[in-house]
Write a protein that binds this ligand. Structure first.
Ligand SMILES: [Mn+2]
Length: 307
């Protein structure tokens, strides 16, 4: 876990991460298993995949997960991927430590750590205000906290990609699948998902939508006030167009994980400290088991682990 040394060190860590991710967005990044273009990351099946859901300032859960996967050894192989689904901050007591730890990880292992953006990392684009993170910074650093937030944290959020596709396996994102009425969207979906800053409606749905079991309708307005509830027909449409088997997402508190839509949608939740009634979990799965799950079109929950 990140040990605070100085304000300057924290600033430098955020700047480094932001610059790295901006460069990836601008020029694309290429590794032995993937590439990215703007907000969209495209990977081949990795040797191993670990996915972490909402952390919400729970540094204890993050530490446990990193320990359990033996992260240094795990990340020393560039074909192992460690992906975070967003919502790093707010609610828990250690948003600062969580965010800084993730930045350190990203700068140390830039090709196999992925930090997707959650709705809590979206202050410029949404009618949404921080719950606790800016006041946490204010308590810690006084006036400096405000500057840290506006000049370093918000630009870092803007640098985070939104969607990751692991080819022929899964779509990973924070909220859920948007309702796309124009089917021509899918003819060029990689391009359409690569610059979401110009399409805030689509961005809002990707970060705020939730899966629901809807039998009569394809989707419903969300009780959150933002985003929509998408039903199984939307899931099937996306999965068949993209030739994938699963949607892996965060955004909803649960006991580590839950499934929807006949096990095609997996929700992962990795925060416990601010949510005592729930559990922290993560997905840890190998190449061969991804193939197995793809074949069976289910079984992902066999590879969920609680911490
Ligand atoms: Mn969320």
């Amino acid at each position: 876990m990140y040990n605070f040394t100085s304000f300057e060190d924290a600033q430098q860590t955020l700047i480094k991460t932001k610059n790295l991710q901006d460069e990836h967005k601008l020029q694309g990044f290429f590794s032995s298993i993937g590439m990215s273009s703007g907000d969209y990351v495209n990977l081949q099946l990795p040797q191993n995949l670990v996915v972490v859901g909402d952390l919400h300032g729970d540094s204890y859960s993050l530490t446990k997960i990193l320990d359990k996967i033996d992260y240094r050894k795990y990340l020393s192989n560039e074909e192992n991927i460690l992906l975070f689904l967003g919502d790093y901050i707010d609610r828990g007591r250690f948003s600062f430590e969580v965010l800084l730890t993730l930045c350190k990880l990203k700068t140390e292992f830039p090709l196999n750590v992925m930090l997707l953006r959650g709705n809590h990392e979206a202050y410029h684009t949404f009618p949404f205000s921080s719950f606790t993170f800016d006041s946490e910074l204010n308590d810690r650093f006084g006036k400096k906290g405000k500057v840290f937030y506006s000049d370093y944290v918000v630009p870092l959020f803007d640098s985070m990609p939104i969607v990751c596709e692991i080819e022929s396996f899964a779509i990973l994102l924070h909220g859920g699948l948007p309702i796309i009425k124009d089917t021509r969207f899918f003819d060029n979906y990689k391009f359409n998902l690569s610059d979401l800053s110009k399409n805030t409606l689509l961005l809002g749905e990707l970060l705020w939508n939730d899966p629901r079991e809807l039998s009569d309708v394809k989707w419903q307005p969300s009780k959150r006030g933002l985003g929509k509830y998408f039903g199984e027909r939307i899931t099937d449409e996306w999965l068949s167009k993209l030739n994938c088997s699963f949607i892996i997402r965060g955004h909803e508190p649960c006991k580590g994980y839950k499934t929807n839509h006949s096990s095609k949608v997996m929700t992962i939740f990795s925060s416990k400290e601010p949510y005592p009634k729930f559990e922290s979990g993560y997905l840890g799965i190998s190449y061969n088991n991804m193939l197995k799950c793809r074949e069976q079109k289910s079984l992902l929950s066999n590879f969920m682990k609680l911490v």
